[in-house]
Design a protein around this ligand. Structure first.
Ligand code: ARG
Ligand code: ZN
Length: 857
């Protein structure tokens, strides 16, 4: 069935209290739930109560202490007649956590028990109104083997514990009313890295990072990240933590990154565990960002939750923005912004232009798990960031203060958020609300003309049609811009142009002759910019724009223009040489610019990805994109060989924790990737050397990545060394799978097939599945093999994984959904695989929805 936003109705019952009693066992857990319910005066009256369930064995139902048999089932839901205004409902169920391979609800992972309830997992634990607008105060008692479950955790505070005859019990109480998706329970043999944090009003909070004993030495960074997040949220958003205890548990079997359950966050180990030997600089940053994200949800998500799942971006878009701003402050604004834009373009733009396009506040869905998307999360964050840009940070803060104040304790809507920002920040967001209802990435065309001593800028916009939305209206697009002069090198002041019409003109003073426009600075709006701009102007911006993002963007634009032309086959040899020349000059200037720090240099050195180039073209052949990009790398590597080597030598001399060491490590591996294209023998030697003398995972992984793409003896030896060195460390073995699946090696597809049969490969662990197959789907050369073998492999995976873990399986469908955008031969093969999946019997709702939409769109 299709669920529609317009059908929302408040739940007819208020569940003021929920008492849960767990008899814990890995193979059988009994759950008794006691609900205190009363009629909801604000809803249409009902004489029944609908309790959602999923895969539960029902043992008994009592109303007001008496066993009743007048209930019935409606599909998976239990319908219970209730005659009076207030009742006590008691339901007993039994579940088998070790048979729960979907990893939703209560499941077993490496001998421990843990939960994942968002979005609809609680119904796999007990019958309940499993919807985010039913808030209840939870008291939980659990008991089980003291040997198996020496640690028992739940939301809120521990009230009492005890142990008799090998059986342990614990009682927990969470004073904050919450929806069922924020419930969590963990029981197992865990140890904690304990710390404290004193809040702005002097509340002492105990912090714990719970892991298996052997992982304890890798938890300091997570704990430190948590402290920084708590401090930052007080300083930047005025948000203080509201319990005496904050627990984080790391679990190795987990569908997503992490989960913000009240007072008991559950994390994928990937976003907790780190040390110098096993985690890269990027891993450290990702951990800091995800810890912050989940912590920030305590206000944006938990204290104020969502009325229904169509409002998901209310908590996710806002929380992503909050974690991005935090990471900008911790890690450096320019580089973090470039990374976030790269993610948006790689993951969200394709979504917005493909068959699965949806607005940040969707109108309908079949399976909500399919809507935990880059659109809801990352575009959602961009939309709120635009409000912040238009209001300015101080006014925006007044808006968020009003939002937190006005809706604390409620299940709110996106509309509530926009109104609060409107009132608190003093913005008029009437037209801006279209960003919530329209899908598709707007295209902005820029034309400029000198008129007297001013520049006339004509901006026009178009929002493309998306499935189910053929007509679009113009949206407000805030563009930070400046008008520089190429002739005298002067930079103009920054302006904010808000384009609200289909076409509009703006006028700005000139900074001197030969005006060059720097536009969408800082990526102030999530749009595509189209303009005619000369290579000289782009080279000027790349070398001297005062906005670091604009420098990056100019270099990208220069490379995209060249590569798209080469890959489409409409560059003459002379034009091609001229384009390479311009890029070599621009990149050469970056390599030797002493004023740049290496972290930024590393970003500027990164060529646009093949998938980004793919997006810029009309039904391209991915093989030609690959050839064009590798060809350019080879040329640049040769032309700039001495600059690259000088840079490598300088960076190599920086010690692990020396000044600018992280940037130096990034640059080193970048240099190796150019060398791999231009001088493979030399690259193999350099990479093997970097691998052998590495004292950290960033250098080692970077070197192995480069070696993986080369046909050389160093490759085999280092891959074997890496495996043996880290055998038994699941997160690092994941890297070992990923590096091979992502590699530029011509036989990568054969390697993936062999790895799928490796003893360490399993479909039961989402991290391992993703480490092989997400990497493979992101390796254009392998995945888009002209004979369609890559598509067949992915379809096979989807069919095999669906009965085990539909949520994770569904994540692979979008890769096949690109069929309408690729050249005809491959399009036919991709569509064929989608149809093969569609024809298979017994598909999950997750796969059914994604495949149907991919074929229709
Ligand atoms: N709320 C979590 C986060 O933003 C994501 C959990 C999603 N879980 C799911 N099963 N879809 O970090
Ligand atoms: Zn989130």
């Amino acid at each position: 069935p299709v669920i529609r936003r317009e059908d929302y109705k408040p739940y007819p019952w208020i569940v003021s209290e929920t008492h849960l009693d767990f008899d814990l066992g890995l193979d059988a857990t009994r759950v008794v739930s006691k609900l205190t319910v009363a009629r909801n005066a604000k809803a249409d009256p009902a004489d029944t109560m609908r309790l959602n369930g999923d895969g539960l064995e029902l043992l008994s139902v009592k109303v007001d202490g008496e066993v009743v048999n007048n209930w019935r089932m409606d599909g998976d839901d239990l319908i219970l007649p209730l005659s009076s205004d207030a009742h006590e409902v008691e339901i007993a169920t039994e579940i088998d956590p070790s048979a729960n391979t979907q990893l939703m609800g209560l499941y077993a992972s490496g001998g421990m028990l843990c939960t994942q309830c968002e979005a609809e997992g609680f119904r796999r634990i007990t019958f309940f109104p499993d919807r985010p607008d039913v808030l209840s105060v939870y008291t939980v008692k659990m008991r089980g083997s003291a040997e198996q479950f020496p640690v028992m955790l739940c939301n809120g505070n521990e009230v009492a514990t005890g142990e008799e005859e090998g059986e342990r019990w614990a009682e927990w109480h969470d004073p904050w009313p919450k929806p069922s998706y924020l419930f969590a329970l963990v029981a197992g043999d865990l140890v904690s890295n304990r710390g404290t944090f004193t809040t702005m009003n002097g509340r002492e909070v105990e912090l714990n990072i719970w892991v298996r004993e052997e992982d304890l030495p890798r938890t300091d960074h997570a704990l430190e990240s948590l402290r920084k997040s708590m401090k930052w949220d007080e300083e930047t958003f005025g948000r203080e933590y509201d319990l005496d205890l904050f627990n984080i548990v790391a679990v190795s079997d987990f569908n997503m990154g992490a989960m913000e359950n009240k007072g008991l966050n559950v994390f994928n180990t990937k976003y907790v565990l780190a040390d110098q030997e096993t985690a890269t600089d990027a891993d450290y940053d990702a951990i800091e960002g995800v810890i912050a994200h989940e912590y920030f949800h305590n206000w944006s998500g938990n204290r104020i939750t969502c009325r229904d799942w169509f409002q998901l971006s209310l908590k996710e878009g806002f929380t992503v923005l909050r974690d991005q701003l935090f990471s900008q402050d911790m890690q450096g604004e320019a580089v973090k912004r470039i990374e976030d834009v790269r993610i948006l373009r790689a993951a969200q733009f394709p979504e917005d232009s493909g068959p699965l396009a949806h607005p940040i506040r969707p109108d309908s869905y079949r399976e909500i798990s399919n809507f935990y998307t880059a659109t809801i999360y990352n575009k959602g964050a961009e939309v709120i960031r635009m409000m912040r840009t238009m209001a300015g940070p101080e006014k925006f803060r007044e808006g968020t203060d009003l939002y937190f104040d006005r809706h604390d304790g409620e299940a709110a809507t996106c509309e509530d958020f926009v109104s609060a920002i409107e009132d608190g920040a003093g913005l008029d967001l009437k037209q801006f609300r279209l960003w919530y209802s329209q899908a598709g990435t707007p295209r902005v065309t820029v034309a400029q003309e000198v008129v007297g001593d001013g520049l006339k800028l004509t901006l026009s916009q178009e929002v493309p049609a998306t499935p189910g939305q053929s007509e679009k209206k113009p949206v407000p697009i805030p563009l930070r811009l400046a008008v520089h002069s190429r002739a005298n090198g002067a930079t103009g002041p920054e302006q904010l142009a808000v384009l609200t019409e289909a076409e509009q003109t703006f006028e700005y003073p000139l900074a001197g002759p030969d005006p060059v426009v720097s536009i969408n600075r800082g990526f102030s709006a999530p749009v595509r910019i189209k303009r005619d701009v000369s290579q000289d102007d782009l080279a000027f911006l790349a070398a001297s724009d005062d906005d670091p993002f604009a420098r990056y963007e100019a270099l990208q634009e220069l490379a995209v223009g060249h590569l798209v032309a080469v890959a489409s086959g409409d560059r003459s040899d002379a034009d091609r040489a001229a384009g390479e020349d311009a890029l070599a000059k621009a990149l050469g200037a970056i390599l030797t610019d002493d004023a740049l720090d290496d972290a930024m240099r590393g970003e500027l050195m990164t060529l646009p990805s093949e998938s980004y180039l793919f997006e810029q073209m009309d039904r391209p052949d991915p093989a030609r994109i690959h050839e064009a990009r590798e060809g350019l790398k080879a040329t640049l590597g040769t032309t700039l060989a001495s600059e690259f080597h000088a840079l490598y030598d300088r960076c190599e001399a920086v010690p692990f924790d020396g000044e600018g060491a992280r940037g130096a490590r990034k640059v080193k591996t970048q240099v190796l990737t150019y060398a791999a294209a231009s001088d493979p023998a030399k690259a193999a030697e350099l990479a093997a050397h970097q691998y052998d003398k590495a004292d950290n995972m960033t250098d080692r992984q970077g070197a192995l990545m480069v070696l993986c793409g080369l046909e050389c003896p160093e490759r085999t030896a280092r891959l074997l060394d890496f495996y043996n060195r880290y055998k038994g460390n699941a997160l690092v073995i994941d890297k070992w799978f990923t590096l091979q699946a992502l590699s530029l090696h011509p036989q990568a597809i054969e390697h993936v097939k062999a790895l799928a049969k490796h003893d360490d490969f399993t479909l039961r662990n989402p991290n391992r599945v993703r480490s092989l197959y997400m990497a493979f789907a992101g390796n254009p050369q392998a995945f888009h093999a002209a004979d369609g073998e890559g598509y067949r492999m992915l379809a096979d995976l989807i069919l095999e994984l669906d009965p085990i873990n539909p949520q994770t399986a569904a994540r692979f469908v979008p890769s096949l959904g690109k069929w309408r955008k690729i050249e005809e031969g491959r399009a036919e093969k991709m569509r064929g695989e989608l149809e093969r999946i569609a024809k298979a019997g017994n598909l999950s709702r997750d796969i059914y929805e994604q495949v149907a939409r991919s074929l229709e769109g």
